[in-house]
Design a protein around this ligand. Structure first.
Ligand code: NAD
Ligand code: 6OD
Length: 492
């Protein structure tokens, strides 16, 4: 499959004003499985970003702006069809960039990349508008209604963990609402975004509607976008501290902001849970994608009467996780995104040990005795025994790890779960219906799952509280962000 990686050995270009362009500045795109260079990437400089913004602004009033909503949505369906037509290329590119398993890329990331375009194209056509009959002193009255206009030029800045899924999760509603965009994928994962630019070109997206710029954050494409006066809105997914930097950069232009940020998600396991389901669900919620999903559970709280049994069961399941070559169909978990990120994850493991953690399993780098030893692999890891203020219990690691602590009462579990600066997601495992509702509603998060994890209905509100984000995505929540409702008042 890696032989089929599109552009292997070549250069991934920017896509600006309908043309693929590369300048002098190239950076290496590394495969985390063995540290090899997949291809080189053209970093967009300030001039390239400026041309992209100007093209996007011009496109707002050009062919795209003149299209009917249904014409625009037909094009978005074509984008979804074209992603599916090149499905294997997208899967190969995503796996090479991230090292994620074939199972994950084929069953989750790439299908969602296509689905995101379909759902928002369909949803926008079924949106209704508010209308009020307003009384006036002369008795004639007035009719007040709202029309949704696009926000304008939107910068979409995406992370590396679910590259196509999270880029299109923003891009699709932005386009469905009639905006034009400049997308910046993570420097770690430029490949599927480049394929998407090719798809946009193939389906005949009008010039300037979709632009792609590659690069980094500070002093690079990310910062050039967030400070550009021609950008009306920035929609960003990534680390909370990057969110703060973008908020500062965007302040001068008073740009609209939508942020999905970090998490330190808790799972609460009550002794009245379905034990097998809770163990299965927790293995998924801790270790999926090597723990590199913002929704992954890094803190587990287990009722004391089942604590030892639960820890023992989770240890067996963690040790059964097949780590290895992403291309091998039996692989559950590939490497983490990069050697730099592996160093960060391992430094958290070392700090946990220094603070007195019990290592239930893992805690280091696996040894394979083959080429995988060159890769950024990390052992699935479980710690117990740390106080609630330990670094690894407070800070987001974004790796295959959790800390498990016991609790006695429901009140204690709720307090421990909520004792975090983050507030993205929580998971509750119980068969007591009243407790399920009661506890889920007390979670200080944007998404609370009961007896499941990462079960998505794309129409539901998605986002975080506290350091985990600003605003909500999903269904009409996304469309509302990307729209400017304008009030029309007609005196009758
Ligand atoms: P990151 O914040 O380092 O980078 C994300 C993107 O922002 C990249 O494209 C990067 O180049 C760009 N960027 C970095 N600094 C910038 C700056 N100053 N100005 C403009 N752009 C800048 O995040 P990451 O390491 O790619 O992703 C992992 C993080 O993302 C984790 O914290 C994770 O929890 C979070 N995340 C959150 C969600 C969610 O939905 N809440 C989803 C996925 C990832
Ligand atoms: O599934 C989604 O729509 C979504 N936004 C997932 C976010 C995952 C974070 O890593």
């Amino acid at each position: 499959m890696y032989e089929k990686v599109p552009h292997a050995g070549g250069v991934l270009k920017n896509y600006v004003a309908g043309e693929f362009i590369a300048g002098e500045n190239l950076f290496a795109n590394i495969n985390p499985v063995d540290g090899s260079v997949i291809n080189r990437v053209a970093e967009a400089d300030g001039v390239t970003v400026d041309v992209a913004v100007k093209a996007a602004r011009q496109a707002l009033t050009g062919e795209w702006g003149r299209m009917t909503q249904s014409e625009r949505c037909k094009l978005l369906h074509k984008v979804a069809d074209a992603i599916e037509a090149r499905f294997d290329e997208f899967v190969a590119a995503e796996m090479a960039d991230t090292g994620k398993s074939f199972f994950q890329a084929r069953n989750i990331d790439i299908p969602r990349g296509a689905a995101n375009f379909r759902i928002f194209a369909d949803l926008v056509t079924s949106q209704s508008s508010e209308c009020f009959q307003t009384p006036t002193d002369d008795g004639r009255g007035a009719l007040n209604y709202a029309v949704n206009k696009p926000l304008g030029v939107v910068a979409v800045i995406a992370p590396w963990n679910l590259p196509l899924l999270l880029l299109t999760w923003k891009l699709a509603p932005a386009l469905a609402a009639g905006n034009t965009v400049i997308a910046k994928p993570s420097e770690e994962t430029p490949a599927t975004a480049t394929l998407l630019a090719e798809v946009m070109h193939e389906v005949g997206m009008p010039t300037g509607v979709f632009n792609l710029v590659h690069g980094f954050g500070p002093n690079s494409a990310g910062e050039f976008l967030t400070t550009h006066p021609g950008v009306d809105a920035v929609t960003f997914t990534g680390e909370s501290k990057t969110g703060s930097a973008i908020m500062r950069a965007a302040a001068d232009g008073v740009k609209a902001l939508s942020f999905e940020l970090g998490g330190k998600n808790a799972g609460i396991i009550f002794d009245d849970c379905d034990f097998e389901e809770a163990v299965n669900g927790s293995v998924r919620s801790v270790f999926t994608n090597g723990g590199q999903v913002c929704l992954c559970t890094e803190r587990l709280y287990v009722q004391r009467s089942i604590f030892d049994r639960f820890v023992a069961a989770l240890k067996i399941r963690a040790e059964a996780i097949n780590i290895g070559w992403p291309l091998d169909e039996s692989t559950d978990m590939g490497p983490v995104i990069s050697h730099k990120h592996r160093d960060k994850v391992i430094s958290y493991f070392e700090s946990a040990k220094a603070e007195g953690a019990t290592v239930v399993t893992g805690g280091g780098i696996p040894e394979f005795g083959d080429d995988r030893d060159k890769g950024a692999f990390v052992q699935p890891t479980i710690f117990t025994g740390l106080p609630e203020d330990a670094r690894i219990v407070k800070e987001e690691v974004f790796g295959p790890v959790c800390h498990i602590a016991p609790f006695d009462t429901e009140e204690e579990a709720v307090a421990m779960a909520n004792n975090s600066n983050y507030g993205l997601a929580a998971t509750v495992w119980t068969t007591n219906l009243q407790r399920a509702h009661r506890v889920a509603q007390q979670m200080e998060v944007g998404v609370a799952w009961v007896n499941t994890w990462y079960l998505r209905d794309l129409r539901t509100p998605f986002g975080g509280v506290k350091l985990s984000g600003v605003g909500r995505e999903g269904g009409v929540h996304s469309l509302n962000f990307y729209s400017e409702p304008t009030n029309i008042c007609i005196k009758l």
